[in-house]
Design a protein around this ligand. Structure first.
Ligand SMILES: [Zn+2]
Length: 87
């Protein structure tokens, strides 16, 4: 049973940080470090990465399932996790 409330709360926090432009002020490396820290908190509280990254996975180039950066995504999930065929 995962912590859906906590997952969506973290999702809202990331969206709020994005809205005020925090990620534009950070380097790519620091943005990813911040996201990884959020994923780490989510993991401790039994959150679901797919919910944490709902609607925003593609923006950050991260697969919502395996949390790998810089892989081609379709609907927020990489080819390996989503088992989709590449075009
Ligand atoms: Zn993946």
């Amino acid at each position: 049973m995962s912590n859906h409330t906590g997952s969506y709360m973290l999702n809202e926090v990331i969206k709020s940080l994005k809205e005020i432009g925090i990620f534009n002020k950070l380097t790519r490396t620091d943005s990813r470090a911040l996201l990884k820290a959020v994923f780490g908190v989510g993991y401790q509280y039994d959150c679901n990465p797919g919910e944490i990254l709902e609607d925003i996975a593609e923006e950050f180039d991260v697969c919502y399932s395996c949390l790998t950066f810089d892989v081609p995504l379709r609907d927020g999930i990489c080819q390996k996790c989503g088992r989709w065929e590449s075009a």
